[in-house]
Write a new protein. Structure first.
Lengths: 284, 419
């Protein structure tokens, strides 16, 4: 008897945790998104689906912009991270842990603080742009902060380890004999990479994309700190609706919309990559 | 809190359950889903709406203050750049009364502050502060109408009765100062950096000048933003209607779409000005003075030709305060002539205590060199002691007749700030 119950008992703490901190907030949020009213007189559940329509039509631009920034950042991340992970995995030798530690070291400092320090470095009259302006190399009103470039660069910077590490893990697992076999069969280095190494690293890339695209698209810190009013992302809108305007229904409706869009995107992406189950890949 | 008779369930729940649209849904007949439906309906957010809140019952003051005792400690929530960082006034207060003050610059903008403390106050929980300085405007009304502000016992405010200017005893947003007494007033105008802008700035239209593309800052507070949008079109904000708001919103959108705007700021605008991110920005009068004093910058503040706005920041006590008695003692302390003068000398905002002017002049006589000059400037500054003619050029914040009207206003201006 006890043996039969054991697995359930083992699942219990995690299950209760999920129920409390995932299911309950989700149901509350869904309810909130269907309520009407204002903060002084209270919100009342009315099943008002129109909020979704209004919220999406009002903030469509920011939603599309967020997915675009998230997408661009993810592509840049793949391009930047792959060589780094490749080098550590194949040429790192016994210093591999050191290199990985170096990669992670900046992340011992809070990510908001690091983003703010970029603001100090790149600010309009700061120690990078100030001298350039004084010497007349760039115009007086030239700026990096407040541009989409700054926001996307911030996203890439902040999510770098989340791409490097999964790719590294996938590359690290590749049996060197497989690579040797490819060379023995007269594959050029390029072909080896294209036909052997890259396909084997693909699950890592997939996991990396999951871990970067989803949070990058819903991020609001980078745009708030490094961006301007023309780079507002959907996360900022949701944050402002909750914590500035106390417009809970609109904020919740936008959160659900964003979640739905990201879920659909992720599943579509998994389909396009192959028939492998998303969860199975993600769990690797 | 809506009055609910006896054992009836929460009205929010009832309304949720009796909603026709939900009843129609076949799927909901499945017990699991209807349980979800009930769960959804049960998570209503309760408001605190009390229609008669602006005129509390006569015994409210007595009822609130009975049994309140001193804890010898005040937690004070204020804005940045609103006191000398050395806090001489608070030190003096502690010295004289033995009450310790924990002064925190936690308020950067009204709307986020209200959103932050609303859930605790609605649940009748303390917010960790006994005294908070809040601006008249949308959120002041929300605080007041929600019953979040303690009614003040004026018998504990003798200095206020003696020294406050008559104009600051009859402000429209809190008639009779039931819930608040002023901390300072300020003017919203334009600040700019003359090192970057080589011509004098005089009017609101300068904020729309394409020459300053990407270097213009505006406030993210919808009332501040909307007021300037209206005033540049020569619309009087106080008499404005929804159509005027839409016109102003168009004008502000144009400013954004042409890339003239760098960003919409809260209190952080002064930092952006200091770092050269903006060259010209909407600004609060005293901040520029303090920035120049503390950082040695040379920024200029102007009240535009079309006029500026004037607002009042008010000391209030949240109802759930742990130490309201010490808080009201501190409030009255700032109405002593010497304290009001000392505060105005540093922050350079409009003081509600007119006798402070003579005190500042006296302080100037005793001082020497640069200090003397600076103090004389403060005593003569129209930003600290505006004349009748100055007041005539300033607009007050608009009062909204109803929550619906205010929501309409917000819906028009919010999307501009949110990009």
């Amino acid at each position: 008897m006890r043996r039969r119950l054991a697995p359930y008992l083992l699942v219990l703490p995690g299950g209760v945790w999920l129920l409390l901190f995932f299911a309950v907030p989700m149901v509350t949020m869904l309810s909130l998104s269907l309520q009407q009213g204002d903060i002084v007189n209270g919100y009342v559940f009315t099943g008002h689906w129109q909020t979704y329509v209004d919220a999406i039509s009002a903030y469509r631009t920011q939603l599309v912009r967020s997915l675009m920034y998230g997408g661009i950042a993810t592509i840049v991340l793949i391009v930047v991270s792959f060589p780094v992970a490749y080098w550590i995995a194949f040429y790192g030798g016994r210093r591999k842990p050191t290199y990985l530690l170096l990669l992670l070291l900046p992340f011992f400092v809070s990510f908001v603080l690091r983003t703010i320090s970029w603001r100090y470095i790149l600010t309009d009259d700061g120690f990078v742009l100030g001298p350039l302006k004084d010497s007349g190399l760039v115009g007086a009103s030239f700026h990096i902060l407040g541009t989409p470039f700054a926001v996307i660069a911030g996203l890439v910077y902040n999510f770098l380890p989340f791409m490097v590490l999964p790719v590294y893990v996938a590359l690290e697992r590749i049996d060197p004999r497989v690579v040797e076999a490819a060379r023995d069969l007269y594959a050029s280095p390029a072909t080896t990479f294209r036909k052997v190494i890259f396909p084997l690293a693909l699950p890592g890339v997939f996991a990396g994309v999951l871990m970067t695209f989803v949070p990058a698209s819903s991020d609001y810190v980078n745009s708030a700190v490094l961006g301007s009013s023309s780079t507002t992302m959907i996360g900022q809108v949701i944050q402002a609706q909750y914590l500035t305007n106390s417009d809970y229904p609109t904020a919740s409706a936008l959160s659900f919309t964003l979640m739905a869009v990201l879920l659909i995107g992720v599943f579509a992406y998994a389909r396009a990559l192959g028939t492998e189950d998303v969860m199975k890949v993600a769990a690797r | 809190m809506p009055p609910s008779p006896g054992n009836l369930p929460d009205p929010a729940l009832l309304r949720g359950l009796t909603q026709r649209r939900l009843g129609r849904r076949d799927a909901l007949r499945l017990s699991g889903l209807s349980a979800l439906g009930m769960a959804l309906a049960a998570c209503g957010v309760e408001g605190q709406g009390e229609p008669a809140a602006s005129a509390p019952p006569a015994d409210a003051v007595a009822k609130y203050w009975t049994g309140k005792t001193s804890t010898k400690k005040v937690d004070f929530a204020c804005w940045p750049l609103y006191m000398d960082p050395e806090q001489p006034e608070l030190k003096k207060f502690t010295e004289e009364t033995g009450i310790k003050v924990n002064y925190q610059e936690v308020i950067q903008e009204m709307a986020p502050w209200f959103a932050k403390v609303q859930p605790q106050l609605a649940a009748n929980q303390p917010i960790g502060y006994d005294l908070m300085v809040i601006t008249n405007g949308i959120q002041f009304k929300q605080f007041k109408d929600s019953g979040f502000l303690a009614p003040l016992d004026h018998s504990k405010l003798p200095n206020y009765a003696k020294n406050a200017a008559p104009a600051y005893k009859e402000e429209a947003f809190d008639k009779g100062n039931v819930y608040s007494i002023p901390w300072a007033s300020g003017i919203t105008g334009i600040a700019y950096d003359p090192a970057k802008i080589k011509r004098p700035i005089t009017k609101l239209a300068d904020l729309w000048d394409p020459a300053f593309k990407g270097k213009v800052g505006m406030f993210s507070d919808t009332q501040e933003l909307g007021n300037f949008g209206m005033m540049v079109l020569n619309i009087d904000p106080d008499a404005s209607k929804a159509d005027d708001w839409k016109k102003a919103a168009e004008k502000l959108k144009e400013q954004k779409d042409k890339g003239i705007i760098r960003n919409y700021y809260d209190q952080s605008y002064i930092d952006a000005l200091g770092k050269g991110e903006v060259w010209i920005t909407q600004a609060w009068s005293g901040d520029v003075f303090q920035k120049n004093v503390s950082d040695g910058t040379n920024f200029k503040f102007v009240i535009p030709e079309e006029g500026g706005t004037i607002w009042t920041d008010n000391m209030t006590i949240p109802v759930t305060a742990a130490s309201p008695l010490d808080a009201i003692t501190l409030m009255d302390f700032f109405y002593r002539t010497d304290m009001a003068a000392s505060l105005a000398e540093y922050i350079n905002y409009v003081t509600p205590v007119p006798s402070a002017r003579d005190q500042i002049r006296k302080d100037a006589e005793e001082a020497s060199g640069e200090d003397k000059e600076s103090l004389e400037q403060v005593a003569d500054s129209p930003l600290v002691f505006p004349t009748e003619a100055d007041y005539a050029r300033l607009n007050y914040y608009r009062d909204f007749a109803s929550a619906a009207e205010q929501q309409e206003y917000q819906r028009i201006f919010e999307p501009i700030v949110l990009g």
